[in-house]
Design a protein around this ligand. Structure first.
Ligand SMILES: [Zn+2]
Length: 250
């Protein structure tokens, strides 16, 4: 089953479809269609939103992106209101623009970008806005291979390197994610592991907020982690088991 979900948007497969390796790893959750804060039905479920991101990344990787600049009519329509279908917390890295990586257009994604995709007070405020006012059914923490912020935090933890001021504060936000990193591992292996544990750390922090905990518990939203591969353009969604475990923070 296919359906068009937004003006000009590409068709997506039906809820619960399983068509790619990435999807089978991430396993779309229950097809629960939550209401937005004003009572309107959103355009899609979390499973449909996840599938739309997966399909968009497939198009991007294969060089078949369909997004073009918006028309004036589209801009005028968007000026009335925004109804993004997913919220993404990603890194500021210039090589990881979410709209392009997922082949989405204006008004599709609510994006928060900060070096190292770290969670802080203002970040949580932005995500809380997306949760409470935009009612996006899907939240994605998007890390990426070769992340310089995570690399710097690794150097601080394992090599004793130091930074000052606000940069040190940024690295401090990543350090808790690195506790399980094996110092005997290769540098590349450490960074690969650290990028993933940093994504899971952000997920855990988001899931631990009162709003996040309530929304995840009643199935209003889905929280998934993902890692973007710089050299291939592919987004690797983390295994669902880990995401589920993070819904009950200890
Ligand atoms: Zn980065």
């Amino acid at each position: 089953m296919s359906c068009h979900l937004a003006p000009g948007g590409p068709p997506i497969r039906g809820c619960g479809a399983t068509g790619s390796d990435a999807l089978s790893q991430a396993k779309p959750g229950p097809c629960r269609r939550a209401r937005s804060h004003d009572g309107r039905l959103p355009r899609m479920t979390s499973a449909e939103a996840l599938q739309r991101l997966i399909d968009g990344n497939e198009r991007f990787v294969s060089g078949a992106s369909v997004q073009r600049l918006p028309t004036h009519d589209r801009l005028e329509h968007l000026a009335e209101a925004q109804h993004p279908f997913a919220t993404i917390l990603g890194c500021s890295d210039s090589r990881v623009p979410p709209e392009m990586v997922f082949d989405q257009g204006f008004g599709d994604l609510f994006i928060v970008r900060v070096a190292g995709n770290v969670v802080g007070t203002e970040i949580l405020g932005s995500l809380a806005y997306a949760l409470g006012h935009l009612a996006t059914p899907l939240f994605v923490i998007l890390g990426h291979e070769g992340c310089g912020a995570v690399q710097a935090a690794l150097r601080a933890r394992l090599g004793g390197a130091t930074e000052r001021g606000n940069l040190a504060a940024l690295l401090d936000a990543i350090l808790p994610a690195l506790q399980g990193i094996d110092p005997r591992e290769s540098s590349a292996g450490q960074l690969h592991s650290a990028v993933e544990t940093n994504v899971r750390w952000a997920m855990r922090q988001l899931a631990a907020t009162p709003g996040g905990r309530a929304a995840l518990a009643d199935g209003r939203v889905r929280l998934v982690g993902a890692v973007y591969e710089l050299a291939t353009g592919r987004v690797r969604f983390l295994h669902d088991e880990g995401a589920q475990a993070l819904q009950t923070p200890s």
